[in-house]
Design a protein around this ligand. Structure first.
Ligand code: MRU
Length: 331
């Protein structure tokens, strides 16, 4: 496989590496990924995350296995393991299915299989550029924009989804300010989006998730841009837990609300939001917080916990979708 480098994953000299997002921003540690079990562990523990990047990571893992001599049965088993690593982000399923279709059609052609993973990586970079261009067209000079979770280079192979719109608008010279929700429980906004905004030189402010409504009431937010993990056929979509709250608040305050996602996040086979499987995660994540500083638990350890990783926003709260194809409702 050729060398491929992005913010959160890279393949160099036949070695696959993942930037450990759980250690960011305090430490930048690259983890080697020699086999599928390591990648599945890395995905489950959110050392790599973000819907488009999960798809890219799965494709690169399969190509890496093929490159190092895995046979058909091993690849089929690896594909099954990767698809079951996380249930909500449909990009993961799409990319694995795309790889396995190429395998089935070119059963003795390892080079063709590996080339498909390279295509998936390169395509994602281009999709991000297109989303950035279309998203930035909605952003005015002087806008303050609210976002949640991390939708940047750590969530894609390129410059991101919603984050791509911020980066492109900033590079166009628009004076924007991004308010990043910290995104409890795993703090992708507080740890990762702030890290990326700082690197990009985009003015920003970190807030607790519960502060969004007050900011809107104070007329400090002109737009809300978010990512998505799966968009159902009717336009309902799943994204990081807390997105639905922002959509309701935005509607109440008459603030435009835009999900930004590549075509790989649209799921034609899923009729509506009720059919989206929502990942339930470990209670530990809510009982306290873990980081490179260690683990802090603040609740009594047997406290009953509810920890869905995503929520569903109904399509009637969406102002418009932004995708690589443009701005609009897509069928
Ligand atoms: O649990 P995560 O961190 O993988 O959740 C990520 C998100 O919810 C993002 O908003 C989504 O994947 C789309 S951004 C590229």
């Amino acid at each position: 496989m050729k060398n491929l480098v992005s913010t959160g994953i890279r393949h160099e000299n036949k070695q696959l590496w993942v930037l450990d997002q759980q250690k960011l921003p305090q430490e930048e540690i690259w983890l080697p990924v020699p086999d599928v079990n390591t990648m599945v562990f890395i995905i489950k523990t959110l050392k790599i995350r973000g819907a488009p990047l999960l798809g890219v990571a799965a494709a690169l893992t399969l190509a890496h296995l093929a490159e190092t001599g895995a046979n058909l049965v091993t690849l089929q088993h690896a594909a099954m393991l990767l698809k079951s690593a996380r249930p909500t982000a449909v990009n993961l399923m799409h990319c694995v299915d795309r790889m396995m279709q190429v395998l089935n059609e070119n059963i003795d052609n390892t080079n063709r299989f590996i080339a498909e993973a390279e295509n998936i990586f390169d395509e994602d970079v281009k999709l991000c550029q297109a989303m950035g261009k279309h998203g930035a067209s909605l952003i005015n000079d002087g806008d303050s924009i609210l976002t949640i979770c991390n939708t940047g280079g750590l969530a894609t192979a390129g410059i991101g989804t919603a984050f791509a719109a911020f980066k492109t608008a900033h590079e166009q010279g628009k004076r924007i300010h991004v308010y990043a929700c910290e995104t409890r429980p795993l703090l992708q906004g507080g740890r990762l989006t702030t890290w990326e905004l700082e690197k990009a030189g985009i003015p920003h402010t970190l807030i607790c998730d519960s502060m969004a409504g007050m900011l809107m009431a104070q007329h400090k937010i002109q737009k809300v841009f978010v990512g998505s993990d799966r968009i159902a056929a009717n336009g309902d979509f799943a994204n990081k837990i807390g997105t639905y709250n922002l959509a309701v608040l935005a509607k109440f305050h008459h603030i435009p609300f835009y999900p930004v996602a590549p075509y790989t996040t649209f799921d034609r086979n899923c009729p509506n939001g009720d059919a989206i499987v929502i990942e339930q995660r470990d209670p530990d994540e809510v009982l306290g917080v873990a980081g490179s500083f260690g683990k802090v638990t603040w609740a009594p350890i047997h406290t009953k916990v509810y920890n869905p990783a995503f929520d569903v926003t109904p399509v009637n709260l969406v102002t418009n979708f932004v995708s690589d194809k443009g701005v609009g409702m897509f069928d």
